[in-house]
Ligand binder design. Sequence first.
Ligand code: NDP
Ligand code: 2IT
Length: 459
Amino acid sequence: MSKQNIVPLEIESMNEELANFMANLKQNTPGEIEFHQAVEEVAEIILPYISDKPEIKTAKILERLTEPDRSIIFRVTWEDDEGVIHTNRGYRVQHNNAIGPYKGGLRFHPTVSLSILKFLAFEQTFKNSLTGLPLGGGKGGADFDPKGKSDREIMRFCQSFMTELSKHIGPYTDVPAGDIGVGAREISYLFGQYKRINGKFTGVLTGKGLSYGGSLIRTEATGYGAVYMLEDMLAVKGKSLEGKVACVSGSGNVAEYATEKLIELGAKVVTLSDSSGFIYDPAGITREKLDYIRDLKQVRRGRISEYAKEFGVEFFADKRPWGIICDVALPCATQNELDGDDAKKLIQNGCIAVSEGANMPSTKDAVNAFIAAKVIFAPGKAANAGGVAVSGLEMTQNSIRLGWSHEELDKRLRDIMLNIHKQCVECGVEEDGYINYVKGANIAGFKKVSEAMLAYGVM
Ligand code: NDP
Ligand code: 2IT
């Protein structure tokens, strides 16, 4: 056997521990592939981290964290404009409330399943811990497809969904917000129905309209935050966003505001996408073109291909933007939208940094490829935490019955992202100086939650 083939004993036993841990999890949760993927990424970092922390190991903190506190599944029946009755499945996964009330978005998308919501709720617990605010983790939604539905149909669906969900949430128990398919319009219908049922005006949802308890900057926060994170990561290397070419995916809330901030900081955004394909605008998306996208996506609810027609650029049907040459990439659409081959293309094309606006957009192979190539890589739980952070600030403002200014909130968001970056560096710097933000985010997020769980004893 050559020397290189010898695996050090500790690594071998660690690999075995991870394999056993994952085998147990898979046996207990068969078929929940997205959940397995999210847990494995955390376990492969946390198991070695706790190997010399017997109190955490014996208390089985990591094992406990792989079982949500509870998952609520319910029927949502609603009537369409033609009077036809439909039934969808609604969910709320209340993952962990060790450090604050359950907090996390609601997703309306036909692909929603228990596995997807469990992965999102699991990630949310670590993300929320990173914000430094008192927020636990949860996620919910329904397998309802908002595409092509009228406003009235959306309203009736939201009212039916909230009629059941309202039994399980509250400003001190569980505070949902938006996610894919749930924006300002849906939050308004949901909040209105909660208020109607409970007769109380409370901060039970975040992402509310400004005239009824919403916070400035919440709409922008996730996209802005992902760019602030990118800015901080580049600054470590003495670089800035000025003049950088950026590939962004998605064209929803996160993608739009990431694009806005990238433009403001001097970058050139050349791609955006939706589930039908991507547009490539080599001249760069300007503020005016972004206004067009907002109207297209939020008002007319159209397809990104219309942008290509409007501005005479190319549209690539059913393709993802990762083959386009860029300096920085921001996947802002959905989970597993950037795979190992996409990562290799980005690396070959000279991409130096990736900031995940979406939740788990990079597959395991992609993350491994970025780390192996020493690309600066911020995982979603760190990079997109700005959204939930401003949700936390919305809860504070609701509690004190005051509203902070745009400047105040943007400054707080900026500071929170800077602090997330700092925590990642503290917990993630490798011996050769490479900052492993995946490691840093997982350890820093885990620390606070595990400390609280230990303090509560066995429960
Ligand atoms: P939106 O619904 O506003 O936009 C979603 C975008 O992603 C759309 O362009 C949509 O295209 C595209 N998309 C959705 N599903 C798919 C798919 N299966 N394949 C390809 N494209 C898809 O959602 P958000 O912008 O709010 O969310 C985007 C991501 O960011 C999600 O991963 C979400 O979990 C995450 N996130 C959101 C936060 C928030 O505050 N909103 C906070 C933190 C993370 P189409 O219109 O064709 O469906
Ligand atoms: O994934 C996320 O962090 C969100 N969808 C936002 C959650 C929130 O409670 O604001």
